[in-house]
Write a protein that binds this ligand. Structure first.
Ligand code: DP6
Length: 349
């Protein structure tokens, strides 16, 4: 049993209600491939966003058996309720009383579904934060550092990337040479002040539902010919990216950012059951960004999540020339554009 949850193994259930707003994050070094119990195959690192958030209100009450009801934007969502129920059931060894709870969730996102922003990271970290606050309430534990470590641990068990959303700025997750690093929860990462405020402009190339889920994509790494080479590349990119972030070298960070995005999609293209989530306009935009960089030397770089939509990362200080380029050259390739930036992390509401 984890030391983080051990104090809550036996409790007297009380009624409780809490609300949290939690942000999405964009990975600079990707988590792609995992072992059992949501243990990542390599360390990853991300920037927490500011505008793309989920707000979740949760009511916990004593009951005979575990029931979960969930409304997304006021509408009952059976699929998400089942996902949360499965997640809570998976915690029963550590929190056996969880099987005697009625859980009512009301959740809403600031960003549209299918916008290329993973709602699982913001949504599941927001829920895990309400659950962590509930635990704290049941045992009157007010230690703040442990609170966020616990919230990150509980978020990871719901969705790996969610564990990085419980801190603002930059966050790393996974065993590494960093002090206090762990496969079990994420930790905050200090970066050079020059890179502490970056912009993330999301080009929504397509908002269609993904054909292959991230969960299934992780699974395909198990039998992947290049798996070990990819994990070794990710470990190398992880330490080089941290070093560049701490030295304030945007161009070094940007080259790693793009290499990581392309490696992620190369893994999909070369997996035992190959597939791609890229669209023709994703490639057109990538070529336009490379040309723009060659012509102007401006620090505009892209990354991709498991989808066709590009996240454009650049320093706040260069925003005028870069946003002009985006609206003239890239906007015609998109369905929609979302403007985001480095955020300060979740907040209780
Ligand atoms: C490409 O965190 O969605 O966004 O743990 O199965 O829920 P599960 O996977 P998930 O995978 C995220 C993959 C990624 C890269 C990243 O965020 O590091």
């Amino acid at each position: 049993m984890s030391q983080l949850l051990a104090p809550f193994h036996s409790v007297t259930i009380q009624d409780f209600e809490s609300s949290w707003t939690s942000p999405a994050n964009i990975a600079f070094v990707k988590y792609w491939g995992k072992k059992s119990h949501q243990i990542p195959a390599n360390p990853s690192l991300s920037m927490t966003l500011s505008e793309c958030t989920t707000t979740t209100k949760t009511k916990f009450q004593a009951a005979n058996g575990l029931t979960v009801r969930l409304k997304l934007n006021g509408k009952s969502e059976e699929k998400f309720a089942t996902k949360i129920k499965d997640y809570l059931e998976s915690l029963q060894d550590e929190l056996p009383w969880i099987l005697n709870l009625s859980v009512e969730i009301e959740t809403s996102n600031t960003f549209p579904h299918g916008a290329g922003i993973a709602s699982s990271a913001s949504g599941l970290s927001a829920f895990a934060l309400t659950l962590t606050e509930y635990l704290t309430h049941l045992k009157s534990d007010t230690e703040e550092t442990l609170f966020y470590k616990r919230a990150s641990y509980l978020s990871r068990l719901a969705s790996g990337s969610a564990c990085r959303s419980v801190y603002g700025g930059f966050t790393s997750w996974g065993d590494s040479a960093l002090p206090e690093s762990s496969d079990l929860f994420a930790t905050s990462l200090k970066v050079h002040p020059k890179l502490a405020a970056l912009r993330d402009t999301v080009l929504v190339i397509s908002s269609e539902e993904k054909t292959i889920s991230s969960r299934s994509g992780h699974g395909r790494m198990n039998e992947h010919f290049f798996a070990e080479a990819r994990y070794s590349q990710a470990r190398d990119n992880f330490s080089r990216c941290i070093s560049a972030l701490q030295r304030g070298e945007m161009d070094d960070v940007g080259m790693i950012l793009e290499a990581e995005a392309l490696a992620l999609h190369a893994m999909m293209l070369t997996s035992p059951e190959p597939y791609t989530l890229l669209k023709p306009n994703t490639l057109s935009a990538i070529n336009a960004i490379w040309d723009f960089r060659k012509e102007t030397n401006l620090p505009l770089y892209f990354t991709l999540d498991a989808g066709p939509n590009l996240h454009l990362i650049y320093p706040e200080s260069q925003k005028n020339k870069i946003t002009t380029f985006i609206s003239h050259e890239l906007a015609p390739l998109t369905e929609n554009i979302i403007h985001d930036k480095t955020g300060i992390g979740p907040k209780k509401c």
